[in-house]
Every structure is written in structure tokens, then in C-alpha cells.
Design a protein around this ligand. Sequence first.
Ligand SMILES: Cc1ncc(COP(=O)(O)O)c(C=O)c1O
Length: 530
Amino acid sequence: MHASARWAVVSAANRRRSSWSSILHLPALIFAVRVNLTMLSALGWRSQSQCGRIGLQMKPIELGGRLGRWSSGRGPLPVLLAARLRRLIDEGELPPGEPLPPDRALALALAVGRSTVVAAYDLLRRDGRIVRRQGSGTQVAGTPRAAGRPTTGAPLFLHLLEPRDGVIQLTCAAPSAPPPELAEAYTSIVPTLAGICGDIGYHPLGHPVLRTAIAERYTRHGIRTGPDRILVTNGAQQALSLLARAFLTPGAPVLVEAPTYHGALEAFRDAAGVPRALPVGLSGLEMAARQHRPALAYVISTFHNPTGSVLSPLARRTLAETAAATGVPLIDDEVLADLGFPGEQAPPPLAAYADTVISVGSLSKIVWAGLRIGWVRAPEPVIARLGRLLAVHDLGGNIPGQLAAAGLLPRLEPLSQRRATELKARHDHLLAELARHLPDWHAPPVQGGQTLWVRLPHGDATSFAQAALRDRVAVLPGNGLDASGRSGEYLRLHFLASPGDLTEAIRRLAKAWHTYHPQARVTSPAALTV
Ligand SMILES: Cc1ncc(COP(=O)(O)O)c(C=O)c1O
């Protein structure tokens, strides 16, 4: 039997063993399988449709993502690849019995020669981690057993989990140091901390002082808000994941922009929601609401991640009013809203057009992600429900940080002006370097935010990102950011690094590009676009 056909048989066996978890995660898995099917067919990987599995096993491209910065260490590529696979096996990410992709398919996904994969598999076979039989494919050694809950394979998160290693990171976009104002804010709360009594320190909804400061900020911006409408979270990521848990049941559709923030897609999938792609700005929401009865819709209206676009006031009004009229809870992610370049005035947030909009904010981009202060602004019943959900997982956030954040909030203006000036300079620098070294890449300028959405003239961004990694620069390929699967030729680059690092990153990317020979193209699974 051909190796890929055998892979299908092993998959079927594994499918049986994980049937319960498969049912529980069915919609999310159907989504993942569909996206990957398309990618794989583009990579010449035909056995997927034959086996039709809805299991938790990985496909070459997903496995490629899970390998993280596998190629950045010292030593020959086969040794590095084997070491990373060994680690995934030992950590249980690749469980016993897991079928591994055929040599050629994995080689294509990793943009390496087939001999690299063959040699890596051979090393693993010799130390007993995998079994490999002529014609029957490759699988992790050992007897299959019940699989645990799947973890994330999103490159954004995996890069954060890796230790620093000399690879220039153009993946996770956030300021590289806290501003002096943060240290000052901490200093100023010391007397308050010293004077606390009669407060056991658990505040699942957030410390009242910070809830009030956030509410007052909205009110200053023309959106009347009381503290009862605010929930403080450990960054906006926790806010998104709580909202996903509050609104999504397994299989529930979520309308998302294509592309969008990867972390939101992961939060929705983690809650077994099914992302349904609409164009950036969620145009078409009304028809999609009728067709799919979504449990949630998610938009980044201002300095969109990754495209940098800003919704016009008219589009905002239409979107907010349509969501309210159709009863679709709409999340407006405002995390990047304060990052307009000098002179760029963003329109009011969506909550200004409909009070039912759920706003998510954070100090991560304007102050520092290490502060871990985010929030949700929503109608009181939603806040109360989120609070009950949050209390089960986390009895409350760090109170000294919340008090410092409360002190900072009324004084953010000068800080955001400084950031805006610096971001604009770096944006211009990155564009200039791209024009000089990679003139055939299409990189439209933006008016704020942190990222450029760059289209490659040919090839596939997922395999190019693997090639770039070997030149010690990490970039986010578009596919993982796009529930429609249509962003296979896009890369997300951020412009937060120092000018020196940006120059060096583009030099490395250009070097990788000039030796990159694409062999396959990733296309889209149309079924996910509404
Ligand atoms: C659009 C968007 N939303 C949410 C987040 C998560 O931010 P936080 O650090 O506050 O969790 C990010 C981080 O990059 C983001 O870009």
C-alpha cells in the first residue's frame, strides 16, 4: 500500500480512539481540516480527502508551524529537525500512533530538500521515537491512547514561548520596553499600597479604582460609561478568550474579518466556535447574520491588525446599527486604536454608534504588554456574566499593576504622541528598506497601527517564512491570520523594531527571497467565506 494510503488507515484508527474529543471539537476541527486540506492539496498532499479524517493529527503545514523556530539552532538541518520533532513527541504534542506526513509533503511545507526530512526521520527511527515501514508511512512509536485537549499551534504564540535566540522577531508586535511613565506610576502607588487595609485583594471584575479610571476615559471620549460596565482583564487576549467562552457553544459561527488578529481566531477556535470570514470591515454582516445566525462578530475597526485599515464613520454606523438590529453581539477590538500616526485622527469607536457594542481595549501597545492590563466595556449583564466566568479561572488580576494603570490612564496623551511619532518614523524606514531591497513586494503604507500587510509577487508565504527562519528572521505568514485561507501570498511585518534591526531584517529577508524557489502555492477553501 502507498505510504499516504497507509497514513489514511492509521488516521482512521486514531479517529476511532479520539471520537469523543472529535465530536466535542467537531466544528473547529472541520474548519482546521478544511483549511489544511486546501493547503495540502496545493502541496501535492492528496491523501487527506481519501482519509477524510476529522481527528487531531497534524498536517505537514500545521506540523511545520508547530516546529516553531526549529531551524535557528546550531547544527545540520536534519539534526535540528529531528531534535524538534523529538521534543514534540516527548511533550505529547505528537502522541503515540500519530501519523507523520510523508517526506515530500513535509519537505515542501518546510522549504527544505526531501533528504533533510528523510535523514531526520531516520534519526528518530534509530532512537525509537518513530516507526517507519516501507510503503506504510511514518508514525510516532507506541500504542495510541486517549488524546488530551489540543494546544495551540499558532506561530504568534509559539514564538513567544521560544527562548531568545538571535532570530529577529517580526512576529509579535509590541513595544520592546516600558516607558519611564510606567516606573513613575508604580512609584506613585507605593503609599497607597502601604495604606491598604480591609481589602483581601481578590477583585475578579478588576479593582474599582481602575474600573472607574477606564470608565472615565470612555466618558471623556464622548461615550458615557459607568464603572459597572467595565471588566478588567489580564490583557485583551484574556478578554477575547472570556468573550469566546461566554458567547460560543461548540459549532457556533463567529463572523470575523479576513484577515484578522490571529490571537482572536485562536480564542474562538479554543471555544470550539467556527470562524466565518467576511471582508475587512465585516461588510455583508446583515446577510451573513441571516444566513448563519452567528453567536458573535469580531472587528478591528481602527488600525486593523494586520492591514492597518480604518473603518470610515459611515461604515462604523452601518456596522454597529446592523449588529444591533440583527441581535449579533459585536466585539470592537480597540487595542490598536490609539496608534494613529501624527495628524491622523481616528473616527469614534463603534460603541459611539450603538451602546450594545462590546469594546475590548488594552494598554499593551501604548504602554507595555508586560503590564497585562486589558478590559471589556459592555452592557452590565454581559460584564456580570464575564465576571462569573473569569472568577473560575482567575480570582482577579494583579492589584499593584491595576493601581499603576489607573494612575497612568488620565496621562496617556503625551505617551501616545511619542509612540505615534516613533511608529511613523519606523513605518517609513521599513517601507524605504523594502523598496530598496525587495521592490517587487507589494507593501502599501498605513496611517497607524503596527503592521504592514505585504503581498509576495509569487510563491507561498508559509514556506517562505520557513526559508526566512533559516536566515534568522521570523515573520508571520498570512494563512494563519485568514479564516478564508485566501492570504497565502501575504506576510505580516511589524515596524516596532529599531531602525537597525529593521534594516538587518530586510537584508536577511531579501537574502532568503533571492534563494527561495517556491514549489507549491497555497489556495483558499471557499467554503469558509460567507
Ligand atoms: C488586535 C489585537 N487584539 C488583542 C491583542 C492582545 O493584546 P494583549 O497584549 O492586551 O493581550 C493584540 C496583540 O497583539 C492585538 O493585536
